[in-house]
Write a protein that binds this ligand. Structure first.
Ligand SMILES: Cc1cc2nc3c(=O)[nH]c(=O)nc-3n(C[C@H](O)[C@H](O)[C@H](O)COP(=O)(O)O)c2cc1C
Length: 355
């Protein structure tokens, strides 16, 4: 299962419509965005008639995790955690709807490391081990972790070997240290290769998006690092069809398909907009549809900018009929406080960070 070209975990990007789109385009596996155990463990499950499964605190709340049967065999839930009990509780809640659970041990951001999560875990191997062991023991599905490079290659290999001994099914490694940044610092491909050589379980290479524009570039990165597979983050954020074996499709075509999937799953406006603008990159200020996307006030409006209309099988308000449990109109529940989303006063505040 842990092989080939895989959508890497990405906050806001790795949400249901993007994951489905990447699978349609040929991704072998898809990771969710990182979801903090606290947020997930007290959620309830809401199953809808159209196959959508949502985990949220109450019927009125925004979902913490959305998934569906179409991706069940291919989706890995990534957890942000610093506690074995919380991790197990959160993972058990969803394990019937996913294929595996991954623990984030690579996030360098303060919101993760302050709580002992993400890359902070590289300094607390005992805790990291106890979380993985608890998950391996308690869950019926495979467990993995995603790490970064430590200070030296030797320390990195040693850490990876310790994690391997917990019984995990695979290990992903981002070829950069905690202080190194994807845009500025090169990926340490040789370190990844050394970790891959030292472990018996499949190792997944990550950090190569700077050089990835197509499926053959993904395969090349995999070969260069001698790994079982590649986690692709930014290259898939810019164009999810990077996974396509026939070559990537034009981003406008991909945006249209993305809009269709968002309407199908009643996806939240804010994250949809973030994803569309992430795909458009500088075209968001050049293409009239990009310019129209920015001020759009509903998911339907964004889709209309791209000539995508909601299939109106159920009459004028299919959204209300499609769901078999109560749902709020998310277009009115602004702002959408989603996982790491902060309350922002203006749209501009969200989207300026993209470019
Ligand atoms: C928008 C964005 C969100 C990210 N969110 C996560 C996350 O939730 N969990 C995680 O482990 N890494 C996260 N990352 C890091 C990526 O998974 C990946 O390690 C990094 O971008 C390097 O891979 P790349 O060269 O393919 O982009 C994120 C990266 C980006 C660009």
């Amino acid at each position: 299962m842990y092989k080939g070209a895989i959508l890497a975990p990405m906050v806001r990007i790795g949400t249901l419509p993007t994951r489905l789109l990447c699978l349609e385009e040929g991704a072998d596996l898809v990771y969710t965005e990182e979801i903090i155990d606290h947020r997930l463990m007290d959620c309830r499950k809401f199953e809808h008639k159209n196959g959508l499964v949502e985990f949220k605190l109450t019927a009125e709340d925004n979902p913490v995790l959305q998934t569906c049967a179409k991706e069940k065999e291919k989706v890995i839930l990534q957890l942000g955690t610093a506690d074995p009990n919380r991790a197990v509780k959160a993972a058990k809640l969803c394990q019937d709807h996913i294929s595996g659970v991954d623990v984030n041990m690579g996030c360098p951001k303060a919101y993760s490391t302050k709580g002992g999560m993400g890359a902070a875990m590289l300094k607390t191997p005992d805790l990291a081990e106890s979380i993985l062991k608890a998950l391996v023991q308690e869950l019926d599905i495979p467990v993995t972790c995603k790490i970064r490079c430590l200070k030296t290659l030797e320390e990195t290999v040693e850490f990876a070997k310790r994690m391997e001994k917990t019984g995990i099914a695979a290990l992903a490694i981002h070829g950069r240290q905690k202080t190194e940044r994807s845009r500025a610092d090169p990926c340490r491909s040789l370190w990844i290769a050394e970790v891959a050589k030292s472990l018996k379980i499949p190792v997944l290479a990550n950090g190569g998006s700077g050089e990835i524009k197509s499926r053959s570039d993904i395969d090349e990165f995999q070969e260069k690092t001698g790994t079982a597979g590649v986690l692709v983050a930014r290259a898939a954020m810019w164009n999810p069809s990077v996974f396509n074996k026939d070559g990537p499709r034009h981003v406008f075509e991909v945006v249209k398909r993305y809009c269709k999937l968002c309407l199908e799953y009643d996806f939240a406006l804010e994250v949809m907009k973030y994803n569309v603008l992430s795909m458009l990159r500088d075209l968001q200020d050049k293409d009239p549809r990009g310019l129209a996307t920015k001020p759009a006030l509903s998911s339907k409006e964004i889709a209309e900018c791209w000539g995508v209309v909601q299939e109106d099988k159920d009459g004028p308000n299919p959204k209300k009929k499609k769901l078999d449990c109560e749902s709020v109109d998310r277009e009115e529940s602004y702002p959408y406080v989603h996982n790491h989303f902060k309350k922002l006063k203006q749209w501009e505040g969200i989207f300026n960070v993209l470019v």
